[in-house]
Design a protein around this ligand. Structure first.
Ligand code: GDP
Ligand code: ZN
Length: 352
């Protein structure tokens, strides 16, 4: 399934269906589908990226009904896409200047999904071959083999296409690095296709952010994420080291004395050491610990306070013992708190 809009699912067929017509057969490659009531009843969601079984296709009308969803190999929540094979992280070597710490944050965020991460560095035309090699060497130390490309000079793009072929890839990266240029270059017919699909689906103004997988001419499917310059981190302190290939390598070769080692100042730690990004690790660890503390404090507060929604937003106020005076039901309250956690995680509210 490659796109969803309201209750309609755009499904790309595994093989082209030939519809008899004059003067020549029509090729059907996609069907606009609904979800069978049976799936709705058992709460089976259909996500972009899902492999689905279509019942009773109406080839001439281009319609069908999704009867079954195959088990997923992976599930991303933002953007909501299943069966993703890898994340393609795009950065620019210059304009904007490549900031290693920002790159590190994006890499950690991408690694936290557990998916394969492919790093692509654009605008190589702005750097000398020596400077390019320096970045290659440096990133090799980090555990990455980046693909250096220039869209302007059409360099490195076939290597990139090979890395994308036969896979579902989600593109991420800050704005200004050339993500849109890259996607337009990889899928020259994109505008045409977007126009066609939106016509069929009647894209509404009130729909949430649109998620769609685009087919690459050289094989594979690609989804974009909106450009954001600072990814929200949500990795737990104990999982953070696993988001660094350098730390993973060290942990594969030796063990820390303590199984719950955070690799800070514990004795006999296998991870702490002389590697470039160890400082980045410590900074992100501090943030992760602070985040965890803030969430724990909020959960604590839940037992003695309740969340009240006012015009200024959500505030905590002491919980009244008597049921009679309780204005927010327990359920609403928990719902509010959930929202609050979400807001904190997404950075709308700064935990103190
Ligand atoms: P996005 O914000 O990541 O989608 O980036 P855009 O695709 O909008 O590109 C940002 C800027 O980078 C634009 O001015 C592009 O013309 C420029 N740009 C894109 N690719 C290249 C490239 O290969 N070399 C150079 N020098 N500039 C590029
Ligand atoms: Zn350790």
């Amino acid at each position: 399934m490659v796109a969803v809009q309201a209750n309609y699912y755009q499904v790309r067929l595994d093989s082209v269906h030939l519809l008899p017509a004059e003067p020549q057969p029509l090729e059907v490659t996609e069907l606009l589908c609904t979800r069978r009531a049976r799936l709705k009843k058992i709460g089976q969601q259909v996500m972009v990226g899902d492999r689905v079984l279509i019942e009773e296709p109406d080839w001439a009308g281009g319609r069908g009904a999704i009867a079954q969803v195959s088990p997923r190999t992976s599930e991303l929540s933002r953007p909501p896409i299943s069966n993703v094979d890898q994340i393609l992280l795009v950065f620019a070597l210059a304009e904007p200047t490549l900031d290693p710490h920002q790159l590190s944050r994006f890499l950690v965020k991408a690694e936290s999904t557990g998916l394969d991460v492919t790093l692509c560095l654009n605008k190589r035309d702005l750097l000398t071959p020596t400077e390019q090699q320096e970045w290659r060497d440096r990133l090799h130390q980090w555990g990455y083999e980046p693909i250096l490309i220039s869209i302007y000079q059409q360099e490195g793009l076939s290597e990139l296409q090979q890395r994308l072929s036969q896979k579902i890839t989600v593109v991420a990266g800050p704005s200004g690095v050339g993500k849109s240029s890259l996607i337009n270059d990889l899928i020259p017919t994109l505008d045409l296709r977007v126009g066609r699909v939106s016509g069929k689906l009647g894209r509404g103004r009130h729909t949430t952010r649109h998620v769609e997988l685009f087919e690459l001419p050289a094989g594979g499917l690609l989804a974009d994420t909106p450009g954001f310059n600072q990814p929200e981190m949500d990795t737990a302190p104990e999982d953070l080291a696993l988001c660094f290939p350098e730390a993973r390598q060290r942990l594969a070769a030796a063990r820390c004395q303590f199984s719950d080692c955070l690799h800070r100042d514990e004795p006999n730690c296998a991870v702490r050491g002389d590697w470039e990004r160890y400082e980045d690790y410590l900074n992100l660890l501090d943030e992760a610990v602070a985040r965890q503390t803030a969430i724990a404090r909020l959960k604590d507060a839940e037992s003695t306070t309740k969340v009240k929604t006012t015009e200024e937003g959500q505030v905590l106020e002491p919980k009244l013992e008597s049921k009679k005076y309780r204005r927010v039901s327990r359920r609403t309250q928990q719902q509010n708190l959930k929202e609050l956690y979400k807001d904190i995680e997404s950075g709308l509210i700064e935990p103190d």
